[in-house]
Design a protein around this ligand. Structure first.
Ligand code: ATP
Length: 452
């Protein structure tokens, strides 16, 4: 059984960010983009394991937010939208002033709103970036002519696509308030100070849901979503003591927000936001009604009232969540192997729903008698689970490799398998080994891998 000892890259408080960055690069989870050209600052590519992990994070979110709910439907809106959208939302106007950013807490301020020399009103820090006439949105041109009429923005959040499509989705889904619209997708922000690996980048992926409610029921719905979102991280294995809720102070709230609470994780550099859950009131729908000239109100048949719904928004980032899951799952342990030897191993104790590979098929050796059966076992599992097949190196080393990427089950095909048509299944966490008939292997794994 593993003992919880920490070494080298990991302290009692968890791994350093460097340890995670190195693991991510070495194992093809995430690495610098355009590296052969020297890289582009703060852009990262997800490798073969990273693309699975991120997909599993997004799928876990979708499952909780859409699949398992009667009251939420999905949407995939365009990244490029009508430029008026960003005028209505306030993004064009609010981000065109000279901005400086506090180098400590990364809050941004209008340079002309702070004393000279500036002091950060949020954390007291005196170091700031230079002032720039800064719009956080990336600008580009649609079509061949680069003039003002062709100007479009890359969306800085997925939320506005949901507001703009509100009546479309309402009519086609025939939902009644309260109901929500969920969306995952890329967003772009020209951050002044990106950093901390994939925590803050200029291109990132969001997972947002807008929950439309009757005014007056908004506070209760807000609290419900705060609790529900906090619980989602716990259900996916994040340690309770590494997670907290932080209430925004009145002077920190966005001008339209009644109340905002962040879910924060204790990263190697300190507590930082994973997700914000905001009560946005009727700001967004009212603004779009005003700017588009369309009626975005809702007729409530039950109460025979017409109103502009209030909106509760849980807004998370897929990349940040992925980083938190990685950091939280990372362990360096001293373990006693089946043969009684004490060894050290690195293990990613990822929730099974998140693990990139669900199982690895490992022939004991490359012996010509073993390989056909091992390939057969792999073919049996492959249509059902994302699996790895690895026949390189000693079996002990291959177990370590799978531990390090969080594969929950290692399936070993040995010489006995040729006689008894059974395989050894090793559990990543307990390292216990079960002998399972090949005919029962799919059922065995299914039972242990079904989603939360
Ligand atoms: P921050 O204060 O860290 O800049 P924010 O409050 O501006 O974040 P929101 O606008 O609430 O962020 O966006 C919702 C979520 O999108 C965030 O909680 C975060 O998970 C993710 N997100 C926002 N900006 C970035 C970024 N630059 N890189 C990665 N993820 C981001």
């Amino acid at each position: 059984m593993p003992s919880a000892a920490w070494h080298d890259g990991a302290s009692m408080n968890g791994p350093s960010l460097d340890t995670i960055v190195n693991l991510a690069k070495r194992r093809g989870i995430a690495f610098q983009s355009s590296e052969i050209y020297g890289g582009l600052r703060s852009t990262y590519d997800y490798g073969p394991l990273g693309v699975e992990l991120k997909d599993n994070v997004k799928r876990a979110w979708w499952r909780a937010m859409v699949q398992l709910r009667e009251d939420v439907v999905g949407l995939d809106a365009s990244i490029l939208m009508h430029p008026r959208v960003w005028e209505a939302s306030g993004h064009v106007e609010s981000f065109t002033d000279p901005l400086i950013e506090c180098m400590n807490c990364h809050h941004r301020f209008r340079a002309d709103h702070l004393p000279d020399p500036p002091v950060c009103p949020d954390c007291g820090n005196r170091q700031f970036t230079d002032a720039r006439n800064f719009n956080l949105m990336f600008k580009t041109y649609a079509g061949p002519v680069e003039d003002a009429g062709a100007l479009v923005w890359l969306r800085p959040e997925t939320a506005q696509g949901i507001f703009v499509d509100f009546t479309q989705v309402l009519a086609s889904s025939r939902k009644k308030i309260p109901f929500g619209i969920a969306q995952r997708g890329k967003s772009f922000r020209n951050e002044i100070t990106p950093g901390n690996f994939i925590f803050r980048t200029r291109e990132f992926e969001q997972m947002e849901m807008e929950y439309f409610v009757k005014p007056g029921t908004d506070e209760e719905a807000h609290q419900y979503w705060i609790d529900e979102r906090f619980d989602w991280y716990l259900r996916l294995g994040i340690r309770r003591e590494k997670l907290r809720l932080r209430e925004h102070a009145a002077d920190e709230l966005s001008f339209y927000s009644k109340r905002t609470v962040d879910v924060e994780y204790e990263f190697p550099w300190g507590w930082a936001e994973l997700e914000g859950i905001a009560n946005r009131g009727d700001y967004d729908l009212s603004q779009h009604a005003k700017f588009s000239g369309q009626d975005l109100s809702y007729f409530d048949q039950e109460s025979q009232e017409r109103y502009v719904p209030y909106v509760i928004e849980p807004a998370a980032g897929a990349d940040r969540c992925l980083l938190a899951f990685l950091v939280d799952a990372y362990r360096e342990e001293e373990v006693t192997t089946a043969s009684g030897k004490v060894e050290r191993r690195t293990v990613l104790a990822l929730h099974k729903d998140l693990a990139p590979y669900k199982a690895a098929v490992l022939p004991l050796s490359r012996h010509e008698n073993l390989v056909p059966l091992a390939k057969e076992v792999a073919s049996l599992l492959r249509p059902r689970f994302m699996i790895d097949y690895d026949d390189a190196g000693s079996i002990g080393r291959r177990y370590r490799r799978q531990d390090e990427i969080g594969t929950p089950y290692a399936v070993t095909v040995d010489f006995e398998s040729l006689e008894d048509n059974a395989v050894t299944v090793r559990d990543r966490d307990t390292m216990a080994q079960d002998r399972i008939p090949i005919a029962e292997l799919v059922a065995y794994l299914n039972e242990r891998l079904v989603g939360t």
